[in-house]
Design a protein around this ligand. Sequence first.
Ligand code: GDP
Ligand code: MN
Length: 384
Amino acid sequence: MDLFEHQARELFERYGVLVPEAQVADTGSSAREAAGKLDADRHGVVVKAQVKTGGRGKAGGVKLAADAAAAEITARQILGMDIKGHTVHKVMLARPVKVDQEYYVSFVLDRAQGCFIAIASAEGGMEIEEVAEARPEAVARVPVDPAEGVTDEKAAEIVAAAALPADVAPVLRKLWQILQSEDALLVEVNPLVRTADGAVVALDGKVTLDDNARFRQARWGEEDEGGDTGGLEAQAAEKGLNYVKLEGEVGVIGNGAGLVMSTLDVVAGCGARPANFLDIGGGASAQVMADGLSVVLGDPSVKSILVNVFGGITACDAVAEGITRALGQIRLTKPLVVRLDGNNAARGREILEANPHPLLEQRTTMDGAAQRAAELATAAAAAA
Ligand code: GDP
Ligand code: MN
């Protein structure tokens, strides 16, 4: 589970990493009040969208306001904004910092190598992937043995590898402590800044907690309920669906993670972009189908939906019944292409033919279905 920036900031503060003074608000008027507490009329205030995705700055979700009155206006602009499919329900107001230099530091689990790695660069601020591509020598990657952790020596090694100043080393040790004590898989600070008066301050923070450790880190779960978890993802999780929002326009539903993954590839191969990953698993009952379809239909960027099912233990006729009954429960508003194959496919197709819906089409192959869904999405996008 990802934490919001303001939650990451709270952790940083608790472990002694310097952070700007900040407040959270969910309305324009409470933003004005919060800005007042931060003395915005004297120093101005930074208003930051709280969504669990990066690139908020580029998307217009991070803005400087000159005073408390301006903070209210800016907060109203940012609240409700959609950033990469995440609706902004809260803003964080932060005391502005005069930035001299921007660094990048993170610890992340490297599953392939079975250890953590520290990634660090004296060129922070922008997206680290871009720095790594343009100037790979500017990004240091140092393995960290989880049993040894970040000792003074390890911190010094990371700092030296990235040509960072020596006073970043104690910050690295604290960030590692957070990762370890809070059961995080990722702790990232971009940018970690050198302020005009020489302090090292975390200006942004991303922390991903290990869901397997949720039972001993329950308090974040409680806070999470009150906040925004990315709307559809939360809805899907409540219904027990394995849903990941992506950035395209073809909604994808399938049974089995492997099949859904390859469906994403085939959709991409047809020149369209998948809007999501949604695995309905083995039991494609009417309820599961209705839940899956309503989650995918709830994404405004979806232009067409592709249901790709390979019948196994759950046979295609049961899936077809599920789809038919689901279409009785929910209002289908976007074209739906269904491909049924495998166990009892012929019977499944007959059931769908016997229960026609003006927006439902069938194809017998995965490629054919993906092609048709891509065409429909492109046509809908052109018409819009
Ligand atoms: P992101 O775009 O989602 O990574 O959001 P960030 O929190 O990193 O903010 C984007 C950028 O805004 C940062 O990289 C900084 O360059 C800038 N920024 C944010 N807060 C401040 C601040 O208090 N002072 C200054 N000078 N820049 C800031
Ligand atoms: Mn950032």
